[in-house]
Design a binder for this molecule. Structure first.
Ligand code: DER
Length: 226
């Protein structure tokens, strides 16, 4: 969803904030991809940065764009991570991530980042989160986790792969379960409960995690800092 022009404007606006010498978390998905491309162009023009990819896909994109890379355990923290979202609440900076099945490493990189700059097109904006929440789950645990999330009021669906028989398998070798909670009035409470479910590696509720958001429209971009 969302127009490519709007996604491009958001991604390029975030890339423009990157300073020489920064360590940059590289997000996953089609909106963050525009930021990666813009950073690649800036590196070609002499910008000195190091990227930390949040997924295999982001790593491949960064390699193709010529961005020097390193892993999280080679650096002392991240200056800025630029990443997308499936749904975003502008008032609070909370969002749901995981559409690209990369939310575990995305959340890890975000947790180590000084600035979390989310990039979305306006179709992602909502007043209240009501998008299904992706869970990365240990393969053996998916039926047990399904039962546990039902008792939390969620409706779980194991995420089927598109170009492969069977379920999606993450970069970490786990499965993804999308849980529909309807409208989520208290994201922090659901996040706490999901984190406590045995077998859940990570959930896609990012509660008040954005420090900055760039919202792309067809004819412009607006950036908010929290
Ligand atoms: O998986 C993620 O969290 C991604 O950021 C993703 O959900 C956003 O993807 P998009 O920018 O292609 O909509």
């Amino acid at each position: 969803g969302g127009s490519d022009a709007a996604k491009r404007r958001a991604g390029e606006a975030a890339a423009d904030t990157v300073e020489p010498g920064m360590v940059v978390g590289l997000g996953t998905g089609s909106t963050a991809a525009y930021a990666i491309e813009a950073l690649g162009d800036a590196v070609d023009d002499g910008l000195d940065i190091v990227g930390v990819p949040t997924s295999f896909g982001a790593r491949q994109r960064a390699i193709d764009c010529g961005i020097p890379l390193c892993s999280l355990d080679e650096i002392d923290g991240i200056d800025i991570v630029i990443d997308g979202a499936d749904q975003f609440v502008r008032d609070t900076g909370s969002c749901i991530k995981g559409g690209g099945a990369a939310h575990s490493r995305e959340k890890l990189v975000a947790s180590a980042a000084e600035t979390v700059h989310l990039v979305v097109d306006e179709t992602k904006l909502t007043d209240a989160l009501d998008h299904p929440v992706p869970l990365e789950v240990l393969p053996d645990a998916h039926t047990v986790v399904a039962d546990a999330v039902r008792s939390l009021g969620g409706e779980p669906t194991l995420r089927d792969a598109a170009n492969k028989d069977g379920p999606v398998v993450t970069d970490n070798g786990n499965l993804v379960c999308d849980v529909d909670f309807g409208t989520i009035s208290d994201p922090a409470s659901i996040a706490t409960h999901l984190s406590a479910v045995t077998g859940v590696v990570e959930h896609g509720l990012f509660v008040e995690c954005a420090t900055t958001v760039s919202v792309g429209q067809a004819d412009g971009v607006s950036t908010t800092t929290y």
